[in-house]
Every structure is written in C-alpha cells, then in structure tokens.
Write a protein that binds this ligand. Structure first.
Ligand code: DCM
Length: 137
C-alpha cells in the first residue's frame, strides 16, 4: 500500500475562532480549481510524518511538525490510501509554490465551499472532523 498524506493546519483567527488552511489545485484538469488539504505521496521507506513535513516544505515553503492522524482514510485506488495529519506550523508563512492559491477558512466558509462542490472530492471525508476542530472556542 502506498500513502498520500495531507496536512490540516489550524491557526487562531484575529477576533476569535480558528481557521484551516486550504490550497487550490492546479492539476490535473478534473480537480484543477478545487480546494484540498495540501500534501502528497510518501516516498519509499519514508514515514507519513516525514512525507508530510517534506511536502509542505516543497508546496508551501513552510516548516511544520506532523501530529496525530485524522480518523478518516480514503482509498484513492486499490494500492493508494489518502490519510491526513494535523500539522503544526513552526516556521515560515505559507505561500502557493505549486498551488493556484491558498486560503484560510473558518467552519462556515469551509461548509460553503463544500456545499458548492469546491473541495477535492476525497477531502470531503474529513469535513466532520475539521468542522469540530474549527468550531471549538
Ligand atoms: N489527493 C487528494 N486530496 C489531497 C491530496 C491529494 O485527493 N488532499 C490525491 C490527488 C492525487 C493523489 O492524491 O490523486 C496525489 O496527490 P498529488 O498529485 O498532490 O501528489
């Protein structure tokens, strides 16, 4: 089994509440323009945590520390499993190196994107967990 690992980065929003980082895919055409948790494939022998830390460095130009996994996992193909981990930003400010754009969303904004089909389909598996984390006050 190979893994794709994606990162859930949260930050405190000025004025209260939390927000989640989403990245807008630029490829392939079927998902270009849709929003995802940024990440990518684990290399051979690479731990999921190390892969996430490397991918977010490459894609967002930030240093993160990978934390606990989210509960839901998504089978993308027979041999490819999509997982997500919470990630703590330790240095840098995210910028869209490989994505079209980045946004920070609160629970209502995340729900609005989901309602109009603007999320990468596989990533909708994490909506309940992400919403709970964003709703905590
Ligand atoms: N993928 C996904 N959701 C994510 C990240 C990746 O569904 N948050 C999928 C898209 C590709 C595969 O995983 O099928 C590999 O991702 P990438 O093309 O970003 O390396």
């Amino acid at each position: 089994m190979r893994y794709v690992v994606a990162g859930a980065l949260l930050r405190e929003r000025a004025g209260g509440g939390r927000e989640l980082l989403l990245a807008q895919r630029s490829y392939p055409p079927e998902v270009a323009g849709l929003w995802e948790l940024p990440g990518g494939k684990c290399g051979p022998g690479e731990t999921r945590a190390a892969a996430l830390e490397r991918e977010l460095d490459e894609e967002l130009d930030v240093r993160v520390v990978a934390g606990a996994p989210l509960t839901e996992q998504v089978r993308l193909r027979e041999d490819l499993l999509l997982v997500a981990h919470w990630a703590e930003l330790v240095a840098g400010t995210p910028r869209a190196v490989e994505h079209q754009d980045l946004i920070w969303v609160d629970a209502a904004e995340l729900a609005a994107l989901a309602a109009r089909g603007a999320l990468v389909p596989a990533d909708t598996a994490w909506l309940p967990e992400l919403t709970v984390a964003l709703d905590v006050r």
